[in-house]
Ligand binder design. Structure first.
Ligand SMILES: CSC[C@@H](O)[C@@H](O)C(=O)COP(=O)(O)O
Ligand SMILES: [Zn+2]
Length: 209
């Protein structure tokens, strides 16, 4: 099946709406962050590179194939398109990928970088993640070193996705977070849970100091 113009428009509108909400929370500073929604088995709608994510309109969204190549547009897709299409290409059930640069995400990615992950344990909010049914569980959010070479960064992500098929996010050091899900709603729930849990971990360290 290939997507219709109406489906593209609907996805683009959804990206604009949720991006404006995230920008209003300070999660997309200085044109950072990128967002996508799957259109069909081989395409996704994604933000055009360099746009102010707090002021997006449908004209700021374009189509890419799952190799990250522009489809029907002369614009340059997000610099990090490959990290989005990697999620869609690996798992046909995944529908939405969200990438933001909040202060909590950036600070935590640096503070915990040496461990290569942040462990969330004992939080009721763990139940926001796939397969978690009790607070009495643990979720390790991976932290990858940053890289401007997207294929190299995608090669770091690949083994994580292979080892943990239900993984729904990772941090990149000094950079921000990627979160995804099998619906726009699920991707947003995962992003919100990560943001909340990162803030809890950072605040606990401040209070304990
Ligand atoms: C403005 S610096 C942030 C960018 O380098 C990048 O990390 C980012 O999140 C946005 O890139 P974009 O190409 O607009 O999708
Ligand atoms: Zn980024």
């Amino acid at each position: 099946m290939t997507f219709t113009d109406a489906q593209f428009h609907d996805a683009a509108e959804q990206i604009c709406t949720l991006t404006r909400e995230l920008a209003a929370r300070g999660m997309t500073p200085a044109t950072s962050s990128n967002f996508s929604i799957r259109l069909d088995a081989a395409h996704a709608a994604i933000t055009i590179s360099g746009r102010d994510k707090g002021r997006l309109t449908v004209a700021d969204i374009m189509v890419v194939d799952l190799d990250g190549q522009a489809v029907g547009s002369q614009h340059r897709p997000s610099a990090e398109t490959l990290l989005h299409t990697q999620i869609y290409a690996r798992d046909p059930t995944q529908q939405c990928v969200l990438h933001t640069h909040s202060r909590n995400q950036t600070l935590a990615s640096r503070l915990f970088a040496k461990q290569g992950q942040i462990r969330f344990a004992g939080y009721e909010l763990l139940k926001a993640f796939p397969g978690m049914s009790t607070h009495d569980s643990e979720f390790d959010l991976p932290i990858l070193p940053n890289d401007q070479d997207m294929p190299a960064l995608a090669r770091q992500v690949a083994p994580l996705l292979a080892q943990r098929p239900s993984l729904c996010g990772y941090l990149i050091e000094g950079h921000g977070i990627y979160a995804w899900g099998d619906s726009v709603f699920a991707a947003r729930r995962h992003l919100d849970a990560f943001e909340f849990l990162l803030e809890c971990e950072l605040t606990m360290r401040t209070l304990q100091a």
